[in-house]
Design a protein. Sequence first.
Length: 221
Amino acid sequence: AGPIASRQIVPNYPASSTSKGFHLVVNVTDPSADFTPSINNFYVNSIHVGAALNYVGVTAVPGRIFYQNGTAEEIRYAQSTVISDGATPPVPFGLSLRPDEGSDVVSTARLDAGPGTTGVRVSRFPEPYRFLQPETFLACNESLAYYQGDYFTVIKQADVTVGDDGSIDYNVPDNCISVRLIPECTELNELPEDAYASHEFAADTQCYDDVSALNWSEYGP
């Protein structure tokens, strides 16, 4: 008998577009762990918790418009930030990661007035998919004191750690599920003349036209 021909694996990834503005869409990476009701394909939005202070939450309808802010060199070396304009007149609200009290690995995402955390970015080549980094992002069911203890879905981020025996720990708290935040192209908001925000360094970002239309099981390896 002749040799068995090895099956050639042809990489297949979803087509991306380019836009300065984008929404962030929640992709629940393990559907069996999803909340009830599901938050898959929900949009990232802000949760007001004080003057110019916001947690990052989710909503069923298109949420905040984001853009990557930085020079070409800053984008290349992961020193850019992700910003969403807010308030009147518009000011930049930067996406930041604030370490949780008592934790070395879990941070809470914030969208406060200011520049945001450098290194929060949309993935680039050679990574074949587009998603927000650094991973792993989480969606967590948390009570917020600002709302008298009411529960909200809050976005957090956890660092992956490796144990002495080589085991990998994704450090996902019990009240959280792992998610990816996927950029969906949208038109960047225009700014009025009195805006404190600026789009001078709003970068072209690779994003998907319609995240909810993507069947992720069709892509790979």
